[in-house]
Design a binder for this molecule. Structure first.
Ligand code: NAP
Length: 265
């Protein structure tokens, strides 16, 4: 069975890459895209896509679903739009595969309940890169033995949310196994606010934003006389695309919300 896919955010860096990925995948069909402004009738109207890309462009999710009946919605938009898109898709019985980051805990809880109520698969993946998933898993393992840890996440300067979804997810996974402790000197004082980064349960997360970066993260562990660094680099957006295709297939077999690819790989 061909999986009918819609993509929200097709003009974005990730969205455009996902459009090519689905178009090239023999098991999937790109049936529509969702934008928020009138940019054309089909993808072929946009200079960035070839003339055989004929998926229609919609600005309203209800109309998109009524006209093209997608099985899956892939969202690669921004933190302001993604919650509404995910909720609308579930309400319309379309399985969301969400790459956009920036959900609050309350939003995740609500979406988890909605997916359960609807018996629908939903994957929210702060990072689609397999290497990044392994970095998080290895960091969780290391934290059992080396509880002093700082996370440095580095992204391009157009990223809207900080810390990154991957940075927070890594900290959450470490928190599950790490003996609780406040790191650094007890009387430590910041002479410039923010110098020690964000505090997550006593661990620090530092967010670097620079042009030239794509998506990178180091997890640094310190022990007596030793340091361990676990690092992952996404060098271009192609690094995320095998994860997108994997999730589109997996979400069809699921009946609940899963947050994080590490839970299905
Ligand atoms: P981007 O280049 O800024 O693309 C976002 C696109 O979404 C833009 O074309 C934007 O249009 C469009 N958009 C904004 N609001 C929309 C709406 N309501 N409906 C439809 N389209 C809308 O950003 P990006 O680098 O592709 O990243 C997109 C998201 O993916 C970000 O949240 C990023 O953090 C996340 N990301 C996830 C992964 C992962 O592995 N999960 C990897 C990389 C990035 P305008 O430009 O006209 O506003």
């Amino acid at each position: 069975m061909t999986i009918r896919v819609a993509i929200a955010g097709p003009r974005g860096k990730m969205g455009a890459e996902a459009v090519h990925t689905i178009m090239k995948n023999g098991k999937m069909e790109l049936v529509a895209v969702l934008d928020y402004k009138e940019v054309g009738v089909t993808l072929a109207d946009l200079d960035m896509f070839p003339s055989n890309y004929t998926a229609p462009i919609f600005t309203d999710m209800k109309e998109l679903v009524a006209a093209t009946d997608p099985d899956v919605l892939v969202d690669l938009t921004n933190p302001h739009a993604v919650y509404k898109h995910t909720k609308e898709a579930l309400a319309l019985n379309v399985r969301p595969v969400i790459g956009t980051t920036g959900f609050t805990d309350a939003q995740l809880e609500e979406l988890t309940a909605l997916a359960r109520e609807k018996d629908l698969g939903c994957i929210i993946a702060p990072n689609f890169a397999i290497g990044a998933i392994l970095m998080m898993k290895f960091a969780k393992e290391a934290a059992k033995y080396l509880p002093d840890v700082e996370i440095i996440e580095m992204h391009h300067d157009q990223k809207l949310d900080a810390p990154s979804g991957t940075g927070v997810k890594t900290a959450q996974m470490i928190q599950e196994v790490r003996a609780q402790k406040i790191q650094g000197h007890l009387e430590e004082k910041e002479t410039i606010e923010g110098a020690r980064g964000a505090d997550f349960d006593g661990m620090r997360i530092h967010s670097v934003r620079l042009p030239g970066l794509v998506a990178h993260q180091q997890v640094l562990f310190g022990g007596d006389g030793q340091l361990l660094t676990i690092r992952h680099d996404s060098l271009n957006r192609a690094s995320f695309m095998s994860g997108v295709a994997f999730c589109v297939e997996e979400v069809m077999k699921m009946d609940q919300l899963v947050y994080g690819l590490e839970n299905i790989i």
